[in-house]
Design a binder for this molecule. Structure first.
Ligand code: AMP
Length: 212
């Protein structure tokens, strides 16, 4: 099964992808996570991606497509995978088609998680991360002890690209480059719309019901 999650930054794609990954036992592939891992390890890819990510801009299509092509050709993707944050442009969507054709795989569902722009800003500006992968929000899902992860006890932190100006640029990039994908996948009869405003659990229930 191949599932694509579309939606603005902060719409909850990552959270839903994690839940889907454990329900269907297929890998969760987040291009943002791959870039962040490379930035942390200071690889050449990380150094290149950081120049764009820190400004809230999209990483160029070619390099992004290459990392996805490598990842989906790994052994664990044979039964399918969940793409979170890819494709983000029409070019990437066209490239994905070519990649999947080579693997003789088809896209099963494109889930478009919809939240308002105002909510994007509220969610991203209050988001707190932990290096263990746990994600919090200062109002919606706070840590029990201020700035300390409930799971591993490490200090939480704010993502570099969750700063107010960068959030604005990311939102613009979403509207200009990514939103046209809604029509792209609608035309192919693959688009399913999900209300991303309720709690993660409620959103997941809707995701499961539309898939079924
Ligand atoms: P995310 O964690 O999905 O919000 O991604 C964080 C940042 O990584 C984005 O703001 C982009 O700069 C970059 N990025 C992630 N996925 C892509 C993609 N498919 N195309 C271009 N840039 C991406």
């Amino acid at each position: 099964m191949v599932i694509i999650l579309l939606g603005a930054p902060g719409s909850g794609k990552g959270t839903q992808a994690k839940m889907l990954s454990s329900k269907f036992s297929i890998p969760h592939i987040s291009t943002g996570d791959i870039f962040r891992k490379n930035i942390k390890e200071n690889t050449l890819l990380g150094q290149r991606a950081k120049m764009y990510i820190d400004k809230g801009q999209l990483v160029p299509d070619k390099v992004t497509c290459e990392i996805v092509d490598d990842r989906i050709n790994m052994e664990d993707c044979k039964q399918g995978f969940i793409l979170d944050g890819f494709p983000r442009t029409i070019f990437q969507a066209d490239e994905l088609e070519i990649m999947l054709k080579k693997k003789v795989q088809d896209i099963d569902y494109v889930l478009n998680i919809i939240i308002s722009d105002q909510n994007v800003i509220t969610r991203l500006s209050g988001r707190r991360m932990c290096s263990c992968g746990q994600i919090y929000h200062i109002d919606r899902n706070p840590t029990k002890v201020d700035e300390i992860c409930d799971i591993c006890g490490e200090n939480t932190y704010i993502r570099d690209d969750d700063q107010p100006n960068t959030i604005k640029t990311r939102l613009q990039a979403y509207h200009q480059a990514t939103k046209p994908l809604e029509d792209y996948y609608f035309q192919k009869g693959l688009l399913l719309e999900i209300n991303g405003e309720p709690t993660p659990k409620e959103v997941f229930d809707e995701v499961v019901s539309v898939i079924n």
